[in-house]
Design a protein around this ligand. Structure first.
Ligand SMILES: [Zn+2]
Length: 286
C-alpha cells in the first residue's frame, strides 16, 4: 500500500469519487427512501396509526406507509448501489422470522443510511430518470460506514465517510412501504419529497499522513453503431493483464461478448449481434 501525504479533503473527495466510479461501472441506480427516525426529533407521528404507547406504525397504514411518522418518507433519492447476489442460505432475523431474500447492499457516501430506511431496486429506468419497472423494496438493516480516518478525530461521520454498505432484506409486496410511490416518479439528482441532499463539504485541510490505495487505472468508452460487431478498443493502459466488463447503458445488464486481448493497449470485443448505436459501455481496468 503506497503512503501518500495528502491534505485530507483531497483524499476523502478522491476516495468518494473512486467509490462512485466503481458503483457506476459495476452497480445500478436505485431509489433510497430515507425515513424519519426517533433520533431526528423532527418527525410528526402518524395521526392515523401511531400513539405514544407503542410508538410505531401499523403495517397496513397507507398514511405513513408503516413507518409511524406522518408522510412516512423524509426524502427519496436516486443513488448508485451494488446488490450482492442472492444469499441462498437460511437467514433468521432477530425476531425469528424467515428472511427469504437477504443480501448485502453497497452505496455512495451520501445520503447517510440508517437502519430501517429502505431501498428500491429498479429493473428499468427511462431516460428522464423515471423507474419503469421495479424489482422490489428492501428494508435496510445494519449499516457499516466505510471511512477514511485520519488521526485523532471522531470518525465515520460526514467528514470522512466515503461509502456505505448494509444488510438488506427484500420485503413482501403487502408491506405498507411498498405502496410508497416510486414507479413512474421522476428522480432527478436532488432529492424529491422536499429535502435536497447537497453533499456536505469535507473539513479544512490538515497535514496528517494517510494510507490510501489509489484507484486502479481504468478506461471506459461507449460503443455501438448498429452495424459493427467487432470493436478493437484502444485503452492505453499498457498492460495485457486487464479486467473487462461490457454492459448495456440503458439497463446496466452485463453483456455476454467474446473478448480478446490484442496487445498491451488494445482489447477486441466480438459481439454476436451488432450492438445498437451507443448501447454498450466497455470498462477496462489495468
Ligand atoms: Zn400510520
Amino acid at each position: 500500500v503506497p503512503i501518500i501525504k495528502l491534505p485530507e479533503p483531497y483524499s476523502v473527495t478522491l476516495a468518494r469519487h473512486s467509490v462512485n466510479d466503481s458503483l457506476m461501472a459495476h452497480g445500478e441506480e436505485c431509489v433510497l427512501l430515507s425515513t424519519y427516525h426517533p433520533s431526528d426529533g423532527d418527525g410528526m407521528t402518524c395521526p392515523n396509526c401511531s400513539d405514544d404507547i407503542y410508538d410505531s406504525g401499523s403495517n397496513t397504514c397507507t398514511y405513513c406507509f408503516g413507518t409511524g411518522y406522518s408522510g412516512g418518507v423524509r426524502y427519496a433519492r436516486r443513488v448508485w448501489g451494488l446488490f450482492s447476489d442472492h444469499r441462498a442460505d437460511e437467514n433468521y432475523s432477530a425476531r425469528g422470522t424467515w428472511a427469504p431474500d437477504a443480501r448485502e447492499f453497497q452505496t455512495e457516501a451520501f445520503p447517510l443510511l440508517l437502519e430501517h430506511d429502505f431501498v428500491v431496486r429498479v429493473r428499468h429506468w427511462d431516460t428522464n430518470h423515471i423507474p419503469l419497472e421495479l424489482e422490489g423494496y428492501y428494508g435496510i438493516g445494519q449499516v457499516i460506514r466505510n471511512s477514511l480516518r485520519t488521526g485523532n478525530r471522531f470518525g465515520q461521520f460526514y467528514w470522512d465517510v466515503v461509502g456505505q454498505r448494509a444488510s438488506i432484506t427484500k420485503l413482501q409486496t403487502n408491506d405498507a412501504i411498498c405502496n410508497y410511490p416510486v414507479l413512474g416518479v421522476a428522480f432527478p439528482d436532488i432529492g424529491v419529497g422536499g429535502v435536497s441532499t447537497v453533499l456536505p463539504p469535507v473539513v479544512a485541510p490538515d497535514t496528517k499522513v494517510i494510507y490510501y490505495t489509489p484507484p486502479t487505472n481504468e478506461y471506459s468508452v461507449v460503443i455501438g453503431d448498429g452495424t459493427t460487431s467487432v470493436y478493437p478498443v484502444v485503452h492505453h493502459l499498457g498492460t495485457t493483464s486487464v479486467v473487462v466488463a461490457v454492459y448495456e447503458v440503458s439497463t446496466g445488464e452485463l453483456v455476454d461478448v467474446d473478448t480478446f486481448v490484442t496487445d498491451a493497449n488494445t482489447v477486441t470485443f466480438r459481439f454476436g449481434v451488432a450492438p445498437a448505436p451507443g448501447s454498450c459501455r466497455v470498462v477496462i481496468r489495468g
